[in-house]
Design a protein around this ligand. Structure first.
Ligand code: COA
Length: 261
C-alpha cells in the first residue's frame, strides 16, 4: 500500500482498512489534495479484495475533520467553486455508494466538510467530545459536499434547517438524540467499537450487505423505485450460494459460512 501525504492508511488481518485524516495542525481540514487522496483510498476499498470494510477517523485529540480547508477558499470564484463542490460531492457519493461498509469514527470536531464526510459514511460512532455542525453560513457559503441533502435525510428537515441556518454546532449527546450518530463511546474504545461493528457485519453474506446498502440508498433517490429495487435485489439474493448456505446453516443450527457468491 502506498503512503499518502495527508492520510495514514493501514489494513488489519480481518480486512478492515483504517483511514486516518492526518493534518492535525490544521485540525485535519480537508484541502483539495487530501480529498484526492481520500478518493484514491475509497477506490482501494472498492477494488482491493482483501479490504472488507473501512473506518475513517481524524488524527490527534481534537478533531475528526474541522471542515474544508478555508485557506483554499481564497482562490474560489463561481466557476472553480462549483467545480470544487461537484468534485467533493462525487467523492462523498462514492463513499455513500460503496458496497462495503464504511464507518466514521468521529473523535472531535466534525464541522463543515467534516460533518459532511461523516454523513456520507454508512455509520457514525462518536466520542463524547465530538462536535457536529455546518458553519458555512458564517463564511458566506453553504455546504458544498452534500450537507444540505444528507443532513435533512438523517435528522429531518426542521433540525437540519436549524443547524444549517444558525451555524450552531451540537454535542455528541445531542447528535445521538437527533440520530446523527449511532452511538457515543469513550475515546479509549472508539476504534475497537467500530471494529466490533464491522466484524459483526463481516459475518453476514457480503452480497446481501452490499444490496442492503444500495437498496437503502435508493430510498433517498427520488428518480428510482426503491420497492422495485428491493424486490430485484431479493430475487438476486435468492440465486446466490450464500442464500442457500444461510438457510442450510439455520436448519443445521450452525453458523453460516458465507463465500460472497
Ligand atoms: N481550514 C483551515 N484551517 C483550519 C480549519 C479549516 N476548516 N479549522 C481549523 N484550522 C486551523 C486554524 O486556522 C489553526 O491554524 P493556525 O494554528 O495555523 O492558526 C489550527 O487549525 C487550529 O485551530 P484553532 O482555531 O486554533 O483551534 P480552536 O480549538 O481554537 O478552534 C475550531 C477549533 C474548530 C472551533 C476552529 O478552528 C474553527 O472554527 N474552524 C473552522 C471551522 C469551520 O468553519 N469549518 C467549515 C469550513 S467550510
Amino acid at each position: 500500500m502506498r503512503s499518502y501525504k495527508n492520510l495514514v492508511v493501514s489494513i488489519d488481518g480481518n480486512g478492515i482498512l483504517f483511514v486516518t485524516i492526518s493534518r492535525p495542525e490544521k485540525l485535519n481540514a480537508l484541502n483539495f489534495e487530501t480529498l484526492e487522496e481520500l478518493d484514491e483510498v475509497v477506490s482501494l476499498i472498492y477494488n482491493e479484495n482483501m479490504v472488507k470494510g473501512a473506518i475513517i477517523t481524524g488524527a490527534g485529540e481534537k478533531a475528526f475533520v474541522a471542515g474544508a480547508d478555508i485557506n483554499e477558499f481564497l482562490t474560489l470564484n463561481e466557476i472553480n467553486g462549483r467545480k470544487a463542490a461537484e468534485r467533493g460531492q462525487e467523492i462523498f457519493e462514492k463513499i455513500e455508494d460503496c458496497f462495503k461498509p464504511i464507518i466514521a469514527a468521529v473523535n472531535g470536531f466534525a464541522l463543515g466538510g467534516g460533518c459532511e464526510l461523516a454523513l456520507a459514511c454508512h455509520l457514525r460512532i462518536a466520542t463524547p467530545n465530538a462536535v457536529f455542525g455546518q458553519p458555512e453560513v458564517n463564511l458566506g457559503l453553504l455546504p458544498g459536499y452534500g450537507g444540505t441533502q444528507r443532513l435533512p435525510k438523517l435528522i429531518g428537515k426542521g433540525r437540519a434547517m436549524e443547524l444549517l441556518l444558525t451555524a450552531d454546532s451540537i454535542t455528541a449527546d445531542i447528535a445521538l438524540a437527533y440520530g446523527l450518530v449511532n452511538k457515543v463511546v469513550t475515546k479509549e474504545i472508539l476504534i475497537s467499537e467500530c471494529k466490533t461493528i464491522l466484524e459483526k457485519i463481516f459475518t453476514k453474506a457480503p452480497l446481501a450487505i452490499s444490496m442492503v446498502i444500495e437498496s437503502v440508498n435508493i430510498y433517498y433517490d427520488a428518480q428510482r423505485n426503491g420497492y422495485q429495487a428491493e424486490a430485484n435485489f431479493f430475487g438476486h439474493c435468492c440465486d446466490t450460494e450464500d442464500f442457500k448456505e444461510g438457510v442450510k446453516a439455520f436448519f443445521e443450527k450452525r453458523k453460516a459460512d458465507f463465500k460472497g457468491k
